[in-house]
Write a protein that binds this ligand. Structure first.
Ligand SMILES: C[S@@+](CC[C@H](N)C(=O)[O-])C[C@H]1O[C@@H](n2cnc3c(N)ncnc32)[C@H](O)[C@@H]1O
Length: 285
């Protein structure tokens, strides 16, 4: 039997349906991430440490704290609640598509002043963005110089910080070609031993932003030839997915491609898109 005080603390820290609804609604309104009742254990697992850090004994107190928050605590909740799983060259056929199917005709048809612009939207800690950048750099090294740049963004400030730092544990840096490790990464020494840092030559082509995909406007003046928006739509409901696809299509150049995760389908979602291969859709009008 637990001592009296401990038992009270355990009971008081139970997440009531009302407190869960408050938290789920807050997250939905800001991010469109849907937290159904089955996500209650996930919310407890990801937010308990933060609640304790603030010395708040109950979830009601934490909700009250959030009601008076100016946005900083909500950002923390978003950072903690959203799933950031990613990896270098995850779903590799999308990078093969870029290299073998998309880039050769773009290279042939471009005018001298054209710049290839790619956006890695919802890039998490940056691995996807650096994988795209390596694919582009390697392609243009062989096919001839061209102007290109990569924008990368995520709603999570914590993830964007990691992406900008560009330092990854060695075991996570899994690349399709052996020569790419020395070409694109520097080996860490001292307290960075066991890590690799992306070389600044590659990084200089890239910019990282904190962007909520549902922001009323995106901070880009140009349209993109390719937008990667992978493994994030699955957290949204159908209405939000359709809204987002409409916003992304508006940001896509004619003939440009929108790439989503393998478990996500955009079939029937937007008449301007036609399917090209699994996860790849082209704007045809
Ligand atoms: C599972 S990761 C996917 C990372 C990468 N695209 C990939 O496929 O490996 C999903 C990312 O979406 C971000 N995210 C969730 N809701 C978002 C929103 N409304 N706007 C922008 N990013 C969002 C999360 O912060 C998270 O880093």
């Amino acid at each position: 039997m637990l001592p009296h005080v401990e038992k009270r603390e355990t009971n008081r820290a139970q997440l009531s349906p009302a407190a869960f609804r408050f938290l789920a609604n807050l997250v939905y309104v800001r991010t469109r991430i849907v937290l159904g009742p089955e996500k209650q254990p996930l919310v407890i697992a990801r937010l308990t440490r933060r609640r304790r850090q603030l010395n708040l004994a109950t979830w009601e107190e934490y909700c009250e704290y959030l009601r008076h928050d100016r946005g900083e605590e909500l950002q923390r909740v978003i950072d903690l609640i959203s799933t950031h799983h990613t990896g270098f060259f995850r779903e590799p056929d999308h990078f093969t598509f870029l290299r073998d199917t998309f880039l050769p005709p773009w290279m042939k048809q471009r005018r001298a002043t054209d710049e290839l612009c790619v956006w890695s939207a919802a890039c998490s800690s940056g691995e996807e963005a650096y994988s795209i950048a390596m694919t582009l750099a390697a392609f243009f090294a062989q096919a001839g110089e061209a102007r290109w740049r990569l924008e990368a963004s995520d709603i999570s400030t914590a993830m964007i910080e990691i992406a900008r730092r560009a330092i990854y544990p060695a075991h996570k840096v899994t690349l399709p070609h052996r020569g790419w490790l020395p070409a694109f990464f520097q080996k860490g020494t001292g307290d960075q031993d066991g890590h690799f840092r992306v070389r600044s030559a590659l990084q200089s082509r890239m910019r990282f932003h904190r962007i909520n995909l549902f922001d009323p406007e995106y901070p880009f003046a140009t349209r993109f030839q390719v937008i990667f928006c992978r493994n994030v739509m699955m957290y949204f409901d159908r209405a939000s997915q359709e809204e987002l696809v409409g916003k992304l299509v508006a940001q896509l150049a004619l003939g440009g491609c929108l790439i989503v995760g393998h478990s996500e389908s955009l079939l029937g979602m937007n008449p301007a898109l036609r399917p090209v291969q699994p996860g790849v859709y082209q704007r045809h009008r």
